[in-house]
Ligand binder design. Sequence first.
Ligand SMILES: C[S@@+](CC[C@H](N)C(=O)[O-])C[C@H]1O[C@@H](n2cnc3c(N)ncnc32)[C@H](O)[C@@H]1O
Length: 288
Amino acid sequence: MPDLDEPAPALDEPSSARSTAVRTPAPASVHVDLSEVRASREAAAYDEGQVSETCQRWIMRVPHVIGCHNTVLGEQRFQRLLGERASGARAMEVGCGTGVTASKLSSLGASSVYAFDVSHRQIEQARAEFGDLAGVTFAVQDADAPMAGQFDLIVGRSILHHVDFRSILPRLFEENLAPGGRMLFMEPMSHPLTLAFHRFVRGAHTPDEWPITPADVAWLRERFAARVMPINLLSFPAGAFSSFVFSSADNPLTRLADSIDGRLERRRRLMARGRQGIVVVDRPPVRP
Ligand SMILES: C[S@@+](CC[C@H](N)C(=O)[O-])C[C@H]1O[C@@H](n2cnc3c(N)ncnc32)[C@H](O)[C@@H]1O
């Protein structure tokens, strides 16, 4: 059942700043680090709550959204962007969850992978499954804490929308991304159906997460000249409908939606309106 207890945030705010400001009032005389409060709420949601499980159950109701051509192509595009830089790279994964992408980085030939998450439970699972991989280190850490070291590739999936990325990304870019390096993310975006899912199914989300907004995309493009590629525009509702009507995710409806999405994806106004979006930030090499 949808959980309607939580107030939904206003739509025109940046996702990264919104909920901490609204939901964590601090008495003027007491210093409270809002990012730490937010990080511990995130950790609690994954350590003690059922956020992942509830979200997964909802996704399983509409399998053609995940299985349709446009989603598969988007995933392939993400893997290609990863593969272009992974071989020999010093890689970092932010908010690694149970370690699937960290293991992928290792199999793509990264020389080292430092993967961290604020949730102890997620890191325990990651270590249990992938802890033996050579060169891969899993750690419990808050993305908001400053980090040491230089990385050629900084990766995250469904993490920016959980954190105050407008303060975190500039620090990672300036202090941790090596010249010529790449930051690569795959994030939920402000598709109308994604917004409805976040607004009405609160149990599948942490109190602070919110999809990347058009204002966030404008900021990413302005601040880092980021490339943003939407996945699932029309193919999101088409895939959802198809799940109840067709037996296979590959059918005339999802193929039609994919061909339309292929034409729409370059429109600037739709960049933040995918179900998901790929964000690429390349740091130029230093010239002699
Ligand atoms: C939607 S899950 C994604 C996990 C993983 N990247 C994946 O694709 O399966 C979001 C993850 O972000 C982590 N997270 C949230 N806030 C964080 C923070 N401040 N620092 C590090 N990790 C954080 C959560 O613990 C959770 O594992």
